[in-house]
Design a protein around this ligand. Structure first.
Ligand code: ADP
Length: 254
C-alpha cells in the first residue's frame, strides 16, 4: 500500500475523564505516521478533536449546545491541535501541513481540482497533510457527524490505496456491542449491502458523533473509488504498523 489516509476520531484523541487531549496517544500516532512516511509511503492524517480541545482551552464545563459556540471552540481548538501535531511531527523530522476542508472543496468541481492539486504538491514535497473540516466557517461537518465521510472524500481526492479509520471499537459488529452483548464481530466485508448497512448504529458514547452509520457511508464511498478501508481500534496506535505488516486487525472493506 503506497498512499494511506488515516482518520482518528474524537474518541481516540480525547481523554474521557479530563476532556483534554490525550498527549501520549497523539504522540504515538505521530510516531507511527512518521514511521510509515519514512518507509516511503504517502501519509495523510484526518483528525477530529478541534472542538473538544477548544472547549477545554476556553474553560467551558458543558458541551457546547449551539452551533455558533461549537464553531468558536473549533477556531480555538484547531490552532491548538495543529500546534501540538506540528510539535510532535517536527520532533520526528516531518513536515506537517494543515488543510481545512469545506463542503465546497468537496462538491464544487473547480474547488475539488484545486484541493487535489494542493494535496499532490504537498505529497510531492514530502509533507504530511493534516486535514480537518473547517468547522469555524462551515457547519457541514458539525451537523453531519465527525470526519468519517470527510476522510473518504479525501481518500478519493488523493486516490488513496487504503483508508484507515481509528475508532474506540475493534470494527464493525452485527449490532452496537455496547447495547447488544450478542453482537458478533465482522472481520471482512466484500459487499456492502443494505442488510449490512442497517447494522451500523449511532454512537452512544459522549465523545464520538458519527457512530458506525457514517463509517459505513465512508466505506461505500472509499471502496467505490477503489480504495480499501479498514476500521480498527485506536486504543493502541501501534495497530498502524501491524496493519501495514499484514496482520489482521479490525474490519476490512474491499
Ligand atoms: P469515532 O469518534 O472514532 O468516530 P464513534 O463513537 O463516532 O467513534 O463511533 C464508534 C461507536 O459506534 C462505537 O463505540 C459504538 O458505540 C457505535 N456503534 C454503533 N453501531 C455499531 C456496530 N454495528 N458495530 C460497532 N460499533 C457500533
Amino acid at each position: 500500500k503506497k498512499r494511506i489516509v488515516v482518520k482518528v476520531g474524537t474518541s481516540s484523541l480525547i481523554h474521557p475523564e479530563t476532556g483534554g487531549l490525550d498527549l501520549i496517544k497523539v504522540e504515538r500516532l505521530v510516531r507511527e505516521l512518521s514511521d510509515l512516511h519514512n518507509q516511503g509511503r504517502d501519509v495523510i492524517l484526518v483528525t477530529s478533536g478541534a472542538i473538544g480541545v477548544g472547549r477545554k482551552a476556553a474553560g467551558l464545563k458543558e458541551k457546547p449546545d449551539r452551533v455558533s459556540l461549537k464553531q468558536a471552540c473549533a477556531a480555538i481548538g484547531q490552532a491548538r491541535l495543529m500546534m501540538i501535531y506540528q510539535k510532535f511531527f517536527a520532533e520526528y523530522n516531518q513536515v506537517a501541513a494543515q488543510i481545512l476542508m469545506t463542503r465546497n472543496t468537496m462538491l464544487n468541481q473547480k474547488n475539488r481540482r484545486h484541493a487535489q492539486d494542493t494535496f499532490e504538491e504537498l505529497l510531492e514535497l514530502g509533507a504530511i497533510p493534516v486535514v480537518n473540516a473547517n468547522d469555524s466557517i462551515s457547519t457541514f461537518e458539525i451537523l453531519h457527524g465527525d470526519n468519517d465521510t470527510l476522510s473518504a472524500i479525501v481518500a478519493s481526492l488523493v486516490e488513496a490505496d487504503l483508508l484507515i479509520l481509528l475508532s474506540d471499537i475493534d470494527g464493525l459488529y452485527t449490532d452496537n456491542p455496547s447495547l447488544n452483548p450478542e453482537a458478533e464481530f465482522i472481520p471482512y466485508v466484500k459487499e456492502l449491502d443494505g442488510n449490512l448497512k442497517s447494522m451500523g448504529k449511532d454512537a452512544v458514547s459522549g465523545l464520538g458523533t458519527g457512530g458506525m452509520t457514517t463509517k459505513l457511508i465512508a466505506a461505500e464511498l472509499a471502496t467505490s473509488v477503489g480504495a480499501d478501508m479498514l476500521i480498527a481500534n485506536g486504543a493502541d496506535m501501534s495497530v498502524l504498523h501491524r496493519i501495514m505488516d499484514g496482520q489482521p486487525y479490525g474490519t476490512f472493506f474491499q
